[in-house]
Design a protein around this ligand. Structure first.
Ligand code: XIL
Length: 365
């Protein structure tokens, strides 16, 4: 690609030295590059990222065709305590900003065992589901039925370490309906938002480690059961929180993707970032950024070969805002996103650009 750090700064940051006409001719946003290859590119966003007064709006606008609220659509964000009236203000602000700028929205997530309303961890019966969970799904999916083109209906349903023969995570949702909660959630989502593409979303499905093999088996089993039962499900979201410490074998990942493709499902990469800090000792920051980009390239180049890959979303654009940095004392300077702390483009951005530029999908977005 022919853009330079200077041209990106010029196009997106609007700095005084910007040679702006040249910059805009040279710079094509990742969303635009993705669209040319029949896919989408997006980022998780906060309300500040996309507000008219936000300092980085031009970056999120210029780079993305899709936005995903990082936090604001989660149940506990809308309803801090079980029984509260939902507060949609932050979410509505993101939806309005997206509409104004022609962005498509991925909804994340209707059902997740983390960040629940206080009190929801005690829900355990089918009556609780009917009283609290079903109305939540119906209300949120319904409110945003014209705004959200793709929903993560259930996030992180698989956890072999919880000990179930079905490898499903034991959550309050599981306590309420057993494994049927997933099918029920999808049926409710479809009723409320009939045009949206409905996804199961999960992590740790890419590396050759044995524990990830069990997660792949659990996920395939669940997807097969849902499809056999006629549940309206259209895709698998792979979070892709990658990690340079894990062992990757492209044939293992390719085989898994082929199985998903053969089920007729879409595949999306929904939360891309790279953990590289814990084993970065002795490496310069620029080498660390290159290493993060190489890690993503390794995994994504296999995913990009799949005609089922609908798009890629990164979990934020700049390392400065990355959730990974709060994940422990050895993560505070992690370098795992397409832009560095000063919102300058990093090698991972180039990697994404060349992947989009060099591949095509047959899959309609
Ligand atoms: C994280 C957000 O980035 C944080 O801001 C929030 O406090 C917690 O959730 N997998 C997911 C995402 O599916 O929802 C998580 O996002 C990151 C891990």
């Amino acid at each position: 690609m022919s853009f330079t750090r200077r041209s990106l700064l010029a196009a997106f940051a609007g700095l005084p030295f910007a040679p702006s006409a040249l910059a805009s001719a040279q710079t094509v946003g990742l969303g635009e590059l993705a669209a040319r290859s029949g896919r989408y590119f997006g980022s998780a966003v906060t309300r500040d990222d996309v507000s008219d007064a936000g300092p980085h709006l031009r970056l999120f606008d210029g780079e993305c065709s899709v936005w995903v609220p990082t936090w604001q659509m989660k149940w506990g964000a809308l309803v801090p305590t079980l029984g509260d009236v939902p507060d949609y203000r932050a979410c509505d602000a993101i939806v309005a900003s997206a509409a104004k700028r022609g962005k498509r929205l991925r909804g994340h997530a209707l059902i997740w065992h983390e960040h629940l309303p206080a009190g929801a961890e005690r829900l355990s019966t089918a009556a609780d589901w009917r009283r609290f969970v079903a109305p939540h799904i119906t209300a949120v999916a319904g409110r945003y039925r014209d705004a959200v083109f793709e929903w993560d209906v259930v996030n992180e349903a698989i956890e072999p370490y919880d000990g179930g023969a079905d490898f499903m995570r034991r959550t309050p949702f599981y306590a309420m309906l057993g494994s049927d909660y997933v099918a029920e959630a999808f049926r409710l989502a479809e009723e409320a938002a009939p045009l949206a593409r409905l996804y199961l979303n999960d992590d740790h499905l890419y590396y050759a480690e044995e524990w990830q093999e069990r997660r792949r088996a659990g996920m395939l089993g669940l997807l097969e059961r849902l499809l056999k039962a006629g549940v309206p499900i259209h895709g698998l979201g792979m979070q892709c929180h990658l990690d340079t410490r894990l062992h990757f074998d492209d044939s293992v990942f390719r085989r898994f993707l082929k199985r998903i493709e053969d089920l007729g499902l879409n595949i999306s990469i929904t939360e891309l970032d790279v953990t590289e800090a814990p084993n970065a000792r002795g490496r310069s920051i620029s080498r660390r950024r290159l290493r993060a980009a190489a890690e993503a390239e390794k995994v994504l180049s296999v995913a990009f070969d799949s005609p089922a890959l609908a798009g890629v979303v990164t979990w934020g654009l700049s390392d400065d805002d990355s959730w990974l940095r709060n994940r422990g004392p050895d993560m505070v300077d992690n370098q795992g996103l397409p832009y560095d702390d000063a919102y300058r483009s990093a090698p991972l951005r180039d990697t994404l650009a060349s992947l989009f530029a060099s591949t095509q999908t047959r899959h309609p977005t």
